[in-house]
Write a protein that binds this ligand. Sequence first.
Ligand SMILES: Nc1ncnc2c1ncn2[C@@H]1O[C@H](COP(=O)(O)OP(=O)(O)OP(=O)(O)O)[C@@H](O)[C@H]1O
Length: 237
Amino acid sequence: MTLHVDGVSYAYGAKPALDGVGFRAERGRFTALLGPNGAGKSTLFGLLSGLLTTRSGRIEVAGHDMARAPRAALAAMGIVFQQTTLDLDLTVRQNLRYFAALRGLSGRAAGPRIDAALERLNMAERAGEKVRALNGGHRRRTEIARALLHNPQVLLLDEPTVGLDAAARRGITDHVHDLARDGMAVLWATHLTDEVAADDHLLVLHRGRVLADGPATDVTGNRPLAETFLTMTSTPA
Ligand SMILES: Nc1ncnc2c1ncn2[C@@H]1O[C@H](COP(=O)(O)OP(=O)(O)OP(=O)(O)O)[C@@H](O)[C@H]1O
C-alpha cells in the first residue's frame, strides 16, 4: 500500500509551484523529500492533504484516487503539518482523545489506540501532562502519535523538526525511521540533508520539479549528500 503521485502540477495564479511531479512512497520505506526553501514541498503537502486541489496529474493513496475518493484517500493517511495544531491547555491524552473523536473513533475504541500510539513514540509517561509543559521534541512526538491513531498506511510529515534542537531532531528522525521499518509508507519533507539516512529513498525537489528519485546512496554516489544537494539546487532547474 503506497502513495502514488503522477504528473502533478500546481500554480498560484500564473506562478508555477509544481511542474509534473511524480514519485512513489512505498510501504516499509522512509522516503525523504529534500528541497530548499520554495522548492514546492508545502504546496505538494497541501495537495496530498486535500487543502489544495489541482486538475493536472493524479494522486493515489492506498489505491484511492484523491480526486474521486478523497475521504478514503485521507483516511489512509496520517499527516503532521509544519505548524503545530495541538491545544496547549489540554493534556497529551486529551489532545489525542479529541482527535480520535474527530476521526469518528468512540471512547472505547480510542483508549487502546491512544495507549499504543503513545507507547510507540515513548510518550506514555507524559500522557497526563499539559502540552504547554512539554518541550518541542515531546510536542512533536505527541503530534506524530496523534497522526497514527486511525492506523494510517501512509504517514506524511512536513518539516517536522523545525525549531527542535539536535538531540530532539535525532530522536524524532529515529522514531519515524522505526515506523517505516515496521511497514509504514513515510514521506518526510525536509531541507536538512543530515536527516536523510543512507538507506532512505530520496527525492530531490527543486523549483517544482523532481531532480532525483532513488535510493539515497545511488543519488549521491560516493559524494556527501550535502555537496550533491548544493550542486543540484544551485543550478537553474
Ligand atoms: N499562497 C501562495 N501564493 C503565491 N505563491 C506561493 C504561495 N505559496 C507558495 N508560493 C510559491 O510557490 C513556490 C513553492 O512554495 P512552497 O511553500 O510550496 O515551497 P517549500 O518547499 O514548502 O518552501 P519552504 O521550505 O520555504 O516552506 C514558491 O515559489 C513560493 O513563493
